[in-house]
Write a protein that binds this ligand. Structure first.
Ligand code: F3S
Length: 420
Protein backbone atom coordinates (compact mmCIF):
# COMPACT_ATOMS: atom_id res chain seq x y z
CA UNK A 1 0.00 0.00 0.00
CA UNK A 2 1.07 3.57 -0.66
CA UNK A 3 1.49 5.36 2.64
CA UNK A 4 1.83 9.10 3.27
CA UNK A 5 4.77 10.56 5.18
CA UNK A 6 2.56 10.95 8.23
CA UNK A 7 1.32 7.35 8.02
CA UNK A 8 4.91 6.11 7.72
CA UNK A 9 5.84 8.09 10.81
CA UNK A 10 2.95 6.49 12.73
CA UNK A 11 4.24 3.06 11.69
CA UNK A 12 7.67 4.15 12.98
CA UNK A 13 6.06 4.75 16.37
CA UNK A 14 6.35 8.56 16.28
CA UNK A 15 2.74 8.96 17.50
CA UNK A 16 2.87 6.30 20.17
CA UNK A 17 2.60 2.57 20.44
CA UNK A 18 -1.24 2.39 20.32
CA UNK A 19 -1.32 4.26 17.01
CA UNK A 20 1.53 2.11 15.66
CA UNK A 21 -0.32 -1.12 16.48
CA UNK A 22 -3.64 0.21 15.13
CA UNK A 23 -2.14 1.35 11.84
CA UNK A 24 -0.16 -1.84 11.30
CA UNK A 25 -3.42 -3.83 11.68
CA UNK A 26 -5.17 -1.57 9.16
CA UNK A 27 -2.30 -1.85 6.69
CA UNK A 28 -2.40 -5.64 6.95
CA UNK A 29 -6.16 -5.54 6.37
CA UNK A 30 -5.71 -3.31 3.32
CA UNK A 31 -3.05 -5.57 1.86
CA UNK A 32 -5.28 -8.63 2.24
CA UNK A 33 -8.04 -6.87 0.30
CA UNK A 34 -5.76 -5.26 -2.30
CA UNK A 35 -6.31 -1.66 -1.17
CA UNK A 36 -3.84 0.81 -2.65
CA UNK A 37 -4.10 3.44 0.09
CA UNK A 38 -5.84 4.54 3.26
CA UNK A 39 -8.76 6.95 3.39
CA UNK A 40 -10.15 9.08 6.19
CA UNK A 41 -13.44 8.24 7.87
CA UNK A 42 -15.54 10.78 9.75
CA UNK A 43 -16.76 8.45 12.51
CA UNK A 44 -16.54 4.91 13.87
CA UNK A 45 -19.02 2.59 15.60
CA UNK A 46 -17.30 -0.04 17.74
CA UNK A 47 -18.80 -3.52 17.88
CA UNK A 48 -16.15 -5.07 20.13
CA UNK A 49 -18.05 -3.91 23.22
CA UNK A 50 -19.57 -7.27 24.09
CA UNK A 51 -17.29 -9.09 26.47
CA UNK A 52 -16.97 -12.59 25.04
CA UNK A 53 -13.38 -13.66 25.54
CA UNK A 54 -10.44 -12.13 27.38
CA UNK A 55 -8.64 -11.27 24.11
CA UNK A 56 -11.07 -8.42 23.30
CA UNK A 57 -10.80 -7.03 26.82
CA UNK A 58 -7.01 -7.29 26.85
CA UNK A 59 -6.65 -5.48 23.51
CA UNK A 60 -8.95 -2.63 24.62
CA UNK A 61 -7.06 -2.26 27.91
CA UNK A 62 -3.70 -2.44 26.17
CA UNK A 63 -4.64 0.27 23.67
CA UNK A 64 -6.02 2.47 26.47
CA UNK A 65 -2.93 1.93 28.65
CA UNK A 66 -0.66 2.74 25.71
CA UNK A 67 -2.37 6.11 25.40
CA UNK A 68 -4.70 5.20 22.53
CA UNK A 69 -7.47 7.74 21.99
CA UNK A 70 -10.12 7.92 19.28
CA UNK A 71 -9.25 10.32 16.48
CA UNK A 72 -12.85 10.73 15.25
CA UNK A 73 -16.28 10.66 16.97
CA UNK A 74 -16.80 7.06 18.02
CA UNK A 75 -19.93 5.38 19.35
CA UNK A 76 -20.22 2.08 21.20
CA UNK A 77 -22.37 -0.96 20.43
CA UNK A 78 -24.15 -2.68 23.35
CA UNK A 79 -22.28 -4.30 26.15
CA UNK A 80 -23.35 -7.87 26.93
CA UNK A 81 -25.09 -6.63 30.08
CA UNK A 82 -27.02 -3.71 31.51
CA UNK A 83 -24.12 -1.77 33.02
CA UNK A 84 -26.43 0.19 35.31
CA UNK A 85 -29.20 -2.27 36.29
CA UNK A 86 -26.86 -5.26 36.50
CA UNK A 87 -28.38 -6.49 39.75
CA UNK A 88 -31.87 -6.81 38.22
CA UNK A 89 -30.21 -8.45 35.18
CA UNK A 90 -28.64 -10.99 37.56
CA UNK A 91 -25.09 -10.43 36.37
CA UNK A 92 -22.61 -12.57 38.34
CA UNK A 93 -19.92 -10.43 40.08
CA UNK A 94 -17.01 -11.92 38.11
CA UNK A 95 -18.83 -11.24 34.81
CA UNK A 96 -19.66 -7.68 35.90
CA UNK A 97 -16.02 -7.02 36.74
CA UNK A 98 -14.87 -7.81 33.21
CA UNK A 99 -17.59 -5.66 31.66
CA UNK A 100 -16.67 -2.76 33.92
CA UNK A 101 -13.02 -3.11 32.87
CA UNK A 102 -14.07 -3.02 29.21
CA UNK A 103 -16.26 0.03 29.84
CA UNK A 104 -13.37 1.79 31.58
CA UNK A 105 -10.98 1.07 28.71
CA UNK A 106 -13.30 2.43 26.00
CA UNK A 107 -14.19 5.52 28.03
CA UNK A 108 -10.49 6.15 28.68
CA UNK A 109 -10.04 6.16 24.89
CA UNK A 110 -12.86 8.78 24.76
CA UNK A 111 -15.44 6.73 22.92
CA UNK A 112 -19.03 7.97 23.41
CA UNK A 113 -20.96 5.63 25.74
CA UNK A 114 -23.98 5.14 23.49
CA UNK A 115 -24.08 1.38 24.24
CA UNK A 116 -26.56 0.81 21.45
CA UNK A 117 -26.90 -1.20 18.25
CA UNK A 118 -29.03 1.54 16.67
CA UNK A 119 -26.45 4.36 16.41
CA UNK A 120 -28.36 5.52 13.32
CA UNK A 121 -31.38 6.35 15.53
CA UNK A 122 -29.62 7.60 18.64
CA UNK A 123 -25.94 8.20 18.25
CA UNK A 124 -23.48 9.93 15.96
CA UNK A 125 -25.57 9.80 12.80
CA UNK A 126 -23.87 9.97 9.39
CA UNK A 127 -25.32 11.58 6.27
CA UNK A 128 -25.61 10.43 2.67
CA UNK A 129 -22.26 9.65 1.05
CA UNK A 130 -20.26 10.00 4.28
CA UNK A 131 -17.30 7.60 4.61
CA UNK A 132 -17.51 5.86 7.99
CA UNK A 133 -16.23 2.67 9.67
CA UNK A 134 -18.97 0.80 11.49
CA UNK A 135 -19.15 -2.55 13.20
CA UNK A 136 -22.49 -4.29 14.12
CA UNK A 137 -24.22 -5.98 11.21
CA UNK A 138 -27.68 -4.39 11.49
CA UNK A 139 -26.17 -0.91 11.80
CA UNK A 140 -23.86 -1.46 8.82
CA UNK A 141 -26.76 -2.58 6.61
CA UNK A 142 -28.82 0.42 7.75
CA UNK A 143 -26.01 2.96 7.27
CA UNK A 144 -25.17 1.74 3.77
CA UNK A 145 -28.64 0.96 2.51
CA UNK A 146 -31.03 3.37 4.19
CA UNK A 147 -28.82 6.41 4.79
CA UNK A 148 -26.41 5.89 1.89
CA UNK A 149 -23.30 6.35 4.06
CA UNK A 150 -20.37 4.10 3.14
CA UNK A 151 -18.83 1.42 5.32
CA UNK A 152 -17.52 -2.10 5.04
CA UNK A 153 -18.61 -4.76 7.52
CA UNK A 154 -15.83 -4.02 10.01
CA UNK A 155 -15.01 -6.85 12.33
CA UNK A 156 -14.44 -6.57 16.07
CA UNK A 157 -11.08 -4.99 16.97
CA UNK A 158 -10.59 -3.58 13.44
CA UNK A 159 -13.11 -0.98 14.62
CA UNK A 160 -10.99 0.31 17.49
CA UNK A 161 -7.94 0.46 15.19
CA UNK A 162 -9.97 2.56 12.71
CA UNK A 163 -11.13 4.83 15.54
CA UNK A 164 -7.59 5.45 16.82
CA UNK A 165 -6.25 6.30 13.36
CA UNK A 166 -9.42 7.84 11.86
CA UNK A 167 -8.66 5.99 8.62
CA UNK A 168 -9.38 2.66 6.92
CA UNK A 169 -8.03 0.95 3.80
CA UNK A 170 -9.82 2.15 0.68
CA UNK A 171 -11.67 -0.91 -0.61
CA UNK A 172 -15.03 -2.67 -0.75
CA UNK A 173 -18.21 -0.72 -0.12
CA UNK A 174 -16.32 2.56 0.28
CA UNK A 175 -15.98 2.59 -3.51
CA UNK A 176 -18.82 3.39 -5.92
CA UNK A 177 -17.99 0.53 -8.31
CA UNK A 178 -18.54 -2.03 -5.55
CA UNK A 179 -21.98 -0.68 -4.61
CA UNK A 180 -23.66 -1.87 -7.81
CA UNK A 181 -26.43 -4.45 -7.40
CA UNK A 182 -25.81 -7.69 -9.27
CA UNK A 183 -28.92 -9.51 -8.04
CA UNK A 184 -32.59 -8.60 -8.13
CA UNK A 185 -35.14 -9.83 -5.59
CA UNK A 186 -38.80 -9.11 -6.39
CA UNK A 187 -41.80 -9.25 -4.08
CA UNK A 188 -44.62 -11.15 -5.76
CA UNK A 189 -48.29 -11.43 -4.73
CA UNK A 190 -47.75 -9.58 -1.45
CA UNK A 191 -51.00 -7.73 -0.67
CA UNK A 192 -51.59 -4.46 1.17
CA UNK A 193 -53.14 -6.44 4.04
CA UNK A 194 -49.90 -8.44 4.39
CA UNK A 195 -47.80 -5.25 4.50
CA UNK A 196 -50.09 -3.88 7.24
CA UNK A 197 -48.81 -6.62 9.56
CA UNK A 198 -45.43 -5.26 10.67
CA UNK A 199 -44.14 -8.76 11.43
CA UNK A 200 -43.70 -9.15 7.67
CA UNK A 201 -40.65 -6.90 7.40
CA UNK A 202 -38.20 -8.91 9.53
CA UNK A 203 -39.37 -12.02 7.63
CA UNK A 204 -38.72 -10.31 4.30
CA UNK A 205 -35.29 -9.27 5.58
CA UNK A 206 -34.56 -12.83 6.71
CA UNK A 207 -35.47 -14.23 3.28
CA UNK A 208 -33.58 -11.44 1.53
CA UNK A 209 -30.41 -12.24 3.52
CA UNK A 210 -30.67 -15.94 2.68
CA UNK A 211 -30.96 -15.14 -1.02
CA UNK A 212 -28.40 -12.33 -1.21
CA UNK A 213 -25.68 -13.91 0.97
CA UNK A 214 -22.71 -11.56 0.61
CA UNK A 215 -23.87 -10.07 -2.70
CA UNK A 216 -25.20 -6.54 -3.20
CA UNK A 217 -28.83 -7.06 -4.22
CA UNK A 218 -31.75 -4.84 -5.10
CA UNK A 219 -35.30 -5.45 -3.88
CA UNK A 220 -38.48 -4.16 -5.51
CA UNK A 221 -42.03 -4.00 -4.21
CA UNK A 222 -41.50 -2.58 -0.69
CA UNK A 223 -44.17 0.08 0.04
CA UNK A 224 -42.96 3.69 0.05
CA UNK A 225 -44.57 4.29 3.45
CA UNK A 226 -42.46 1.68 5.28
CA UNK A 227 -41.65 2.92 8.79
CA UNK A 228 -38.11 3.46 9.99
CA UNK A 229 -38.48 0.76 12.66
CA UNK A 230 -39.62 -1.72 10.00
CA UNK A 231 -36.49 -0.85 7.98
CA UNK A 232 -34.51 -1.52 11.14
CA UNK A 233 -36.12 -4.96 11.54
CA UNK A 234 -35.50 -5.75 7.87
CA UNK A 235 -31.81 -4.76 8.11
CA UNK A 236 -31.21 -6.74 11.31
CA UNK A 237 -32.79 -9.90 9.89
CA UNK A 238 -31.07 -9.59 6.50
CA UNK A 239 -27.66 -9.12 8.08
CA UNK A 240 -28.22 -12.16 10.33
CA UNK A 241 -29.27 -14.68 7.68
CA UNK A 242 -26.77 -13.36 5.11
CA UNK A 243 -23.53 -11.39 5.14
CA UNK A 244 -25.47 -8.37 3.91
CA UNK A 245 -23.60 -5.07 4.08
CA UNK A 246 -25.52 -3.12 1.45
CA UNK A 247 -28.82 -3.59 -0.35
CA UNK A 248 -30.87 -1.34 -2.56
CA UNK A 249 -34.56 -0.99 -1.73
CA UNK A 250 -35.76 0.51 -4.97
CA UNK A 251 -37.60 3.81 -4.54
CA UNK A 252 -36.65 4.06 -0.89
CA UNK A 253 -32.88 3.98 -0.46
CA UNK A 254 -30.91 6.96 -1.71
CA UNK A 255 -28.75 5.19 -4.29
CA UNK A 256 -31.74 3.31 -5.70
CA UNK A 257 -34.37 5.81 -6.73
CA UNK A 258 -34.80 3.59 -9.80
CA UNK A 259 -33.76 0.01 -10.54
CA UNK A 260 -31.44 1.23 -13.31
CA UNK A 261 -29.62 3.46 -10.81
CA UNK A 262 -28.63 0.61 -8.50
CA UNK A 263 -27.83 -1.82 -11.33
CA UNK A 264 -25.55 0.89 -12.79
CA UNK A 265 -27.34 0.40 -16.12
CA UNK A 266 -26.64 -3.36 -16.32
CA UNK A 267 -28.99 -6.33 -16.25
CA UNK A 268 -29.16 -8.35 -12.98
CA UNK A 269 -27.14 -11.57 -13.03
CA UNK A 270 -29.76 -13.40 -10.94
CA UNK A 271 -33.43 -12.74 -10.26
CA UNK A 272 -35.36 -14.29 -7.36
CA UNK A 273 -38.94 -13.85 -6.17
CA UNK A 274 -40.29 -13.71 -2.62
CA UNK A 275 -43.88 -15.00 -2.43
CA UNK A 276 -46.34 -15.47 0.46
CA UNK A 277 -45.48 -19.19 0.41
CA UNK A 278 -41.79 -18.43 1.03
CA UNK A 279 -42.69 -16.01 3.84
CA UNK A 280 -44.79 -18.73 5.48
CA UNK A 281 -41.88 -21.17 5.26
CA UNK A 282 -39.46 -18.58 6.70
CA UNK A 283 -41.83 -17.98 9.60
CA UNK A 284 -41.93 -21.74 10.25
CA UNK A 285 -38.11 -21.94 10.24
CA UNK A 286 -38.03 -19.26 12.94
CA UNK A 287 -40.53 -21.20 15.06
CA UNK A 288 -38.61 -23.99 16.73
CA UNK A 289 -40.59 -24.16 19.98
CA UNK A 290 -42.44 -27.45 20.29
CA UNK A 291 -44.38 -26.67 23.48
CA UNK A 292 -47.40 -24.44 24.09
CA UNK A 293 -45.60 -22.05 26.46
CA UNK A 294 -42.40 -20.01 26.69
CA UNK A 295 -40.69 -18.60 29.75
CA UNK A 296 -39.11 -15.53 28.13
CA UNK A 297 -40.32 -12.76 25.82
CA UNK A 298 -37.59 -10.69 24.16
CA UNK A 299 -38.22 -7.32 22.54
CA UNK A 300 -35.75 -4.58 21.68
CA UNK A 301 -33.42 -6.49 19.35
CA UNK A 302 -32.29 -4.15 17.80
CA UNK A 303 -32.81 -1.64 20.60
CA UNK A 304 -36.33 -0.23 20.78
CA UNK A 305 -37.15 3.32 19.70
CA UNK A 306 -39.71 5.59 21.44
CA UNK A 307 -42.25 4.65 18.73
CA UNK A 308 -41.80 0.94 19.48
CA UNK A 309 -42.26 1.55 23.20
CA UNK A 310 -45.39 3.54 22.42
CA UNK A 311 -46.84 0.50 20.60
CA UNK A 312 -45.82 -1.84 23.40
CA UNK A 313 -47.40 0.27 26.11
CA UNK A 314 -50.62 0.60 24.11
CA UNK A 315 -50.83 -3.19 23.92
CA UNK A 316 -49.93 -4.04 27.51
CA UNK A 317 -51.11 -1.15 29.68
CA UNK A 318 -53.58 -2.34 32.31
CA UNK A 319 -52.62 -6.02 31.78
CA UNK A 320 -50.13 -8.14 33.69
CA UNK A 321 -47.35 -10.42 32.49
CA UNK A 322 -48.09 -13.99 33.64
CA UNK A 323 -46.06 -15.23 36.62
CA UNK A 324 -44.50 -18.01 34.48
CA UNK A 325 -43.02 -15.51 32.00
CA UNK A 326 -40.20 -12.94 32.08
CA UNK A 327 -40.75 -10.06 29.61
CA UNK A 328 -37.67 -8.07 28.52
CA UNK A 329 -37.47 -4.88 26.46
CA UNK A 330 -34.01 -3.56 25.54
CA UNK A 331 -33.12 -0.03 24.59
CA UNK A 332 -30.44 2.62 25.05
CA UNK A 333 -30.00 5.23 27.75
CA UNK A 334 -31.51 8.13 25.75
CA UNK A 335 -34.76 6.32 25.03
CA UNK A 336 -34.90 5.02 28.60
CA UNK A 337 -34.68 8.59 29.93
CA UNK A 338 -37.47 9.73 27.60
CA UNK A 339 -39.87 6.90 28.48
CA UNK A 340 -39.12 7.46 32.14
CA UNK A 341 -40.06 11.12 31.82
CA UNK A 342 -43.29 10.54 29.87
CA UNK A 343 -44.65 7.79 32.14
CA UNK A 344 -44.35 4.93 29.62
CA UNK A 345 -41.74 3.22 31.76
CA UNK A 346 -43.92 3.19 34.88
CA UNK A 347 -46.85 1.70 32.91
CA UNK A 348 -44.57 -1.00 31.49
CA UNK A 349 -43.09 -1.75 34.90
CA UNK A 350 -46.59 -1.98 36.42
CA UNK A 351 -47.47 -4.53 33.72
CA UNK A 352 -44.39 -6.59 34.58
CA UNK A 353 -42.13 -5.63 31.65
CA UNK A 354 -38.44 -5.36 32.60
CA UNK A 355 -36.75 -2.58 30.61
CA UNK A 356 -32.96 -2.78 30.30
CA UNK A 357 -30.40 -0.51 28.68
CA UNK A 358 -26.84 -0.93 27.38
CA UNK A 359 -27.04 -4.68 26.87
CA UNK A 360 -27.77 -7.29 24.23
CA UNK A 361 -30.42 -9.89 25.15
CA UNK A 362 -28.61 -12.50 23.08
CA UNK A 363 -25.77 -12.41 25.62
CA UNK A 364 -27.87 -12.76 28.79
CA UNK A 365 -26.11 -14.52 31.69
CA UNK A 366 -26.98 -18.21 31.37
CA UNK A 367 -25.64 -18.91 34.85
CA UNK A 368 -28.44 -16.96 36.51
CA UNK A 369 -31.37 -17.16 34.09
CA UNK A 370 -32.54 -20.68 33.31
CA UNK A 371 -34.88 -20.25 30.36
CA UNK A 372 -36.03 -23.06 28.12
CA UNK A 373 -37.90 -21.25 25.32
CA UNK A 374 -38.38 -17.67 24.14
CA UNK A 375 -40.79 -15.71 21.98
CA UNK A 376 -39.66 -12.57 20.20
CA UNK A 377 -40.68 -9.99 17.64
CA UNK A 378 -37.09 -9.99 16.30
CA UNK A 379 -36.21 -12.30 13.41
CA UNK A 380 -32.53 -11.69 14.21
CA UNK A 381 -32.93 -12.88 17.79
CA UNK A 382 -35.01 -15.87 16.68
CA UNK A 383 -32.39 -16.75 14.09
CA UNK A 384 -29.43 -16.68 16.50
CA UNK A 385 -31.03 -17.72 19.74
CA UNK A 386 -30.67 -21.49 19.52
CA UNK A 387 -27.08 -21.46 18.25
CA UNK A 388 -25.92 -18.87 20.79
CA UNK A 389 -28.10 -19.59 23.86
CA UNK A 390 -29.54 -23.05 23.23
CA UNK A 391 -33.09 -21.73 23.49
CA UNK A 392 -35.97 -22.85 21.30
CA UNK A 393 -37.63 -19.77 19.86
CA UNK A 394 -40.91 -18.55 18.44
CA UNK A 395 -41.01 -15.52 16.14
CA UNK A 396 -44.23 -13.52 16.21
CA UNK A 397 -45.72 -10.05 16.00
CA UNK A 398 -45.56 -7.79 19.04
CA UNK A 399 -49.30 -8.40 19.53
CA UNK A 400 -48.65 -12.16 19.68
CA UNK A 401 -45.76 -11.63 22.10
CA UNK A 402 -47.89 -9.53 24.45
CA UNK A 403 -50.83 -11.94 24.33
CA UNK A 404 -48.48 -14.87 25.00
CA UNK A 405 -46.90 -13.03 27.94
CA UNK A 406 -50.25 -12.20 29.52
CA UNK A 407 -51.86 -15.63 29.02
CA UNK A 408 -48.76 -17.64 29.90
CA UNK A 409 -49.55 -19.80 26.85
CA UNK A 410 -48.30 -19.31 23.32
CA UNK A 411 -50.58 -17.27 21.14
CA UNK A 412 -50.05 -17.77 17.42
CA UNK A 413 -52.59 -15.85 15.40
CA UNK A 414 -52.72 -16.66 11.69
CA UNK A 415 -50.62 -14.22 9.69
CA UNK A 416 -52.21 -12.85 6.49
CA UNK A 417 -49.57 -14.55 4.30
CA UNK A 418 -50.38 -18.03 5.65
CA UNK A 419 -52.64 -20.44 3.82
CA UNK A 420 -53.07 -22.55 6.96
FE1 F3S B 1 -28.63 -5.45 19.09
FE2 F3S B 1 -27.92 -7.62 20.35
FE3 F3S B 1 -29.99 -7.65 18.78
S1 F3S B 1 -26.56 -6.12 19.49
S2 F3S B 1 -29.42 -6.23 17.17
S3 F3S B 1 -29.80 -6.45 20.65
S4 F3S B 1 -28.49 -9.29 18.96
Amino acid sequence: MRLSIEEKSILDGKQGEAARIALSVLVDLGEIFGAKELMTVSQVHIDATLYMVDAGLELAEKMADLGGEVAVPTSLNPSSIDLQRWKAYRVPPEVLLKHKRLEKAYLKMRATPTWTCVPYQHGIIPRFGEQIAWGESNAIAFANSIIGARTNRYADLMDICAAIIGKVPKFGLHLTENRKAGMLIRLKEITTQMFENEAIYPLLGYLFGEMAGDQVAAITGIPQNIKIDSLKGFCAAAASSGAVGLFHMVGITPEAQTLEMCLHGNKPENVYDITPKLIEKAEDRLWTVKRDAVDLIVTGCPHYSPAEFYRLVQLIKGKKVHSSVIFWAFTNRSVYAWIKDNGVLSDLTAAGVMVFTDGCPLQYPKETWHFTAAMTDSAKFANYCFSQRGLYTAYGSLENCVETAVRGKICRRKSPWRKK
